[in-house]
Design a protein around this ligand. Structure first.
Ligand SMILES: Cc1cc2nc3c(=O)[nH]c(=O)nc-3n(C[C@H](O)[C@H](O)[C@H](O)COP(=O)(O)OP(=O)(O)OC[C@H]3O[C@@H](n4cnc5c(N)ncnc54)[C@H](O)[C@@H]3O)c2cc1C
Ligand code: FES
Ligand code: FES
Length: 490
């Protein structure tokens, strides 16, 4: 508390962050469009909330009044192939869905690879591809993958529907063509044909939870699948974190088209990619380093395409910690000050007042379930992990109103009666429990990991727990608590 701060008054970082009057769980797209038409700039839609909740925490958009939650509308998580061979993603398709869906892996590998690079498993269970596009950061992973896949975006309002090439969708940093009364209703891209191959590569400052220093997505068409890969007939090279928006390097593409993908062509294309961008210095990297890395990574992407190795490092057994998507069960609800949120928490029906804050705040304060901890309040540490409708999520990034009508399990509900969950017991037996802060999150993530992969391999453990931070370097003990690592199956 600062000397100027009167006692009893919360410091700014202690105050619940959101400043909205109402949370509305929508049950149909028509309802969303009507609400957007009525409230315009005073309303925002929430998909996974992983960007929006952080924005609200930082008090960006303080004139907001209404959050319109899309996650209760059935049918928005579909991934399917249309008769035109376009792959269509609904507006609530999550990154974990893309990272594990056979259609995306088979016909849009760069998108599956980019989705797997986003944040951590629990984040990917709620974070959507459409949210990633609308947030419009030049570092956002799926934008480049979808640019290289030549995607388009469908946008609707009460006035009708329009389809915009993704190339025309972004106007600048955090700016898109979507108007306040409009909703993105889907993304489509042509399925890669047998003579097209693509890949996505990211450079971050660490292997998980890292915003791109740079990333590249490359899709090439070949006239033949001969030993040298054949002649390149088409090329799309998209580059991220090097300009205010994701860019395509036409110079690199021109260096590839009509050429055999030999060492000389790859070197020229990589150098052309480098020469086509002017990145900036920022906290993640100086501009010169970004330029060097763009050249290296474009070359690496091309080498893997030439060798046909682009799928080799993509895991086929990605742990999602409970499911790639929280199922949409329609619940028509509106919550404002004084309204009660009713949820099943650890098997018990609980009604507690709605607060304009997060699910974590609601659990800890009105619902009095204090086991889930707030470490970072912005999705980075995993201490707040809970199971929402059967799936691991970061409760600091979920709006409190989303709890209504949901089934939630917190750390208090992991044991059954007096018997600890086997993983809780194992954490005690192996001395993995060192503090009460990070362990609830590790256990909630770990319980879902062992449900999904009873004997996780080392890679699955590392991936599954990649969203949970321990600040006292206790990872060896924590990994030991999962028992002997399972066999790698690839
Ligand atoms: C800890 C952390 C790590 C992250 N790591 C990465 C990373 O590695 N790579 C990366 O690319 N991103 C990362 N992100 C960013 C974020 O998770 C993604 O951008 C995510 O895909 C956003 O989707 P969402 O569903 O959560 O969007 P939301 O937060 O729900 O929405 C984001 C914005 O899009 C709007 N919106 C959502 N859906 C629609 C729609 N259908 N129509 C119109 N507007 C819509 C919302 O109103 C809001 O303005 C990270 C975020 C956090 C908190
Ligand atoms: S991830 Fe939610 S508190 Fe850190
Ligand atoms: S054991 Fe909790 S931070 Fe390390």
């Amino acid at each position: 508390m600062t000397p100027e701060q009167p006692s009893g008054q919360l410091h700014e970082v202690q105050r619940p962050a959101l400043t909205v009057d109402r949370h509305i769980s929508a049950t149909s797209l028509e309802q969303v469009l009507e609400l957007l038409a009525r409230h315009r700039e005073r309303a925002r839609v929430v998909a996974g909330g992983t960007d929006l909740m952080v924005e609200l925490d930082r008090r960006v958009g303080t004139d907001l009044e209404v959050l319109i939650d899309l996650s209760r509308i059935p049918g928005l998580t579909s991934i399917h192939q249309e008769p035109s061979l376009q792959i269509h993603l609904g507006p609530m398709v999550t990154h974990n869905q893309c990272a594990t869906h056979p259609l995306v892996i088979e016909h849009g590998l760069p998108l599956a690879q980019a989705s797997l690079e986003v944040g951590s498993p629990a984040l990917r269970n709620r974070a959507t591809v459409v949210g990633n596009l609308v947030t419009a950061s030049p570092a956002n992973d799926t934008i480049s993958a979808l640019r290289a896949l030549d995607a388009s975006v469908t946008i609707a309002s009460l006035e009708g529907q329009r389809t915009v090439p993704l190339a025309d969708f972004h106007l600048g940093v955090r700016r898109t063509v979507v108007q306040p009364n409009e909703l993105v209703t889907g993304v489509s891209f042509p399925a890669l044909s047998p003579n097209q191959r693509g890949t996505y590569l990211k450079l971050g400052l660490r292997r998980a939870q890292a915003i791109s220093v740079v990333h590249v997505a490359v899709v090439c068409g070949f006239d033949d699948r001969g030993p040298d890969g054949g002649t390149v007939t088409s090329a799309r090279v998209a580059l991220g974190s090097v300009a205010p928006v994701i860019v395509r390097s036409t110079a690199a593409e021109e260096a590839l088209i009509g050429q055999v993908l030999d060492a000389d062509t790859m070197t020229r294309a990589a150098a052309a990619a480098r020469d086509s961008v002017r990145p900036i210095d920022d906290v993640r990297a100086p501009a010169d380093y970004r330029l060097d890395m763009i050249e290296v990574m474009v070359r690496r992407a091309l080498v893997s395409l030439r060798r046909g190795e682009e799928r080799r490092s993509f895991p086929t057994d990605v742990p999602t910690l409970g499911g790639p998507v929280v199922p949409a069960v329609p619940v028509e609800a509106q919550h404002g000050r004084g309204d009660l949120v009713t949820a099943t928490v650890n098997g018990e029906a609980i009604s507690a007042p709605w607060i304009d804050a997060t699910l974590l705040d609601w659990l800890r304060e009105p619902a009095q379930r204090t086991g889930s901890k707030e470490g970072c309040a912005e999705g980075e540490c995993g201490a707040c992990t809970v199971h929402l409708d059967g799936t691991s999520v970061l409760s600091c990034l979920v709006p409190a109103g989303r709890a209504h009508g949901s089934s939630i399990v917190t750390i208090e509900g992991l044991a059954s009666n007096t018997t600890l969950h086997p993983l809780q017991q194992s954490f005690i037996d192996t001395a993995a429990v060192q503090c009460g802060y990070c362990i609830p999150g590790f256990l909630m993530a770990g319980a879902k990991l062992t449900e999904e992969c009873p004997q996780p391999t080392e890679a699955q453990r590392k991936l599954g727990l990649s969203g949970n931070l321990c600040r006292c370097t206790g990872y060896y003990k924590i990994e030991e608590a999962f028992g002997p690592a399972g066999e790698e199956n690839r």
